[in-house]
Ligand binder design. Structure first.
Ligand code: CA2
Length: 158
C-alpha cells in the first residue's frame, strides 16, 4: 500500500497578519483563507499548515518534515532573504521543496532579490497572491507523484 501523501506548508514571520495589514501588497485573504485554499488544492492529501514568528521553531518544523512530510511548501517570508540557518536546514531534506511567495520579491526592493531558499528548492511560485499557494501545492503534489507514483487522496484504494 502506498504511503499517504503529507504536505507541510510552513509560513514565516508576520504572515499571521495577512488580510489584516498591508492588503495593497499582500491581498485581503487571511492566513486561515490561505490554509483552506491549500487544503482544497491538495486533492485529499494531508496538509500540515503552520506559521511562526520564531526562526528556531521553523527550523524544528523543517527537521520534523524530514521524517514526516512527502514535500514542503515554504513561504519563509523575510527569512527567505536573511537566513543561512534556514538554508542549512533545508539542505538536509531529501523531499521536494517548493518556495512560495504572495508577492514577487524580484520586482520589489533589492534586499528581497536574494533568496536562501531558492538554491535548495525544486521551484518557486511567486507574485500571484494566495493563488501562489494553490499553484505551489499542485506543484508539490506533482513532484511527489513523479517520485513515488502516488500522490493525492491519503485513503485512495484503487
Ligand atoms: O510575498 C511574500 O510572500 C513574502 O514572502 C512576504 C514577506 C516578505 O518579507 C517577502 O519578501 C515576500 C513578508 C510577510 C509579511 O506579511 C505581512 C502580511 C500582512 C501585513 C504585514 C506583513
Amino acid at each position: 500500500m502506498p504511503e499517504p501523501t503529507v504536505l507541510y506548508v510552513l509560513n514565516g514571520p508576520n504572515l499571521n497578519l495577512l488580510g489584516v495589514r498591508e492588503p495593497e501588497v499582500y491581498g485581503h485573504a487571511t492566513l486561515a483563507d490561505v490554509q483552506a485554499l491549500c487544503e482544497a488544492a491538495a486533492d485529499g492529501a494531508t496538509v500540515v499548515f503552520r506559521q511562526t514568528n520564531h526562526e528556531g521553531e521553523l527550523i524544528d518544523w523543517i527537521h520534523e518534515a524530514r521524517e514526516k512530510a512527502s514535500a514542503l511548501v515554504l513561504n519563509a517570508a523575510a527569512w527567505t532573504h536573511t537566513s543561512v540557518a534556514l538554508h542549512d536546514a533545508l539542505k538536509t531534506l531529501t523531499i521536494p521543496i517548493v518556495e512560495c511567495h504572495l508577492s514577487n520579491p524580484a520586482a520589489r526592493e533589492r534586499f528581497r532579490h536574494r533568496s536562501y531558499v531558492s538554491p535548495v528548492a525544486a521551484g518557486v511560485v511567486s507574485g500571484f497572491g494566495s493563488f501562489s499557494y494553490e499553484l505551489a501545492v499542485k506543484a508539490a503534489l506533482r513532484l511527489v507523484q513523479e517520485r513515488t507514483g502516488a500522490a493525492g487522496r491519503s485513503n485512495q484504494t484503487t
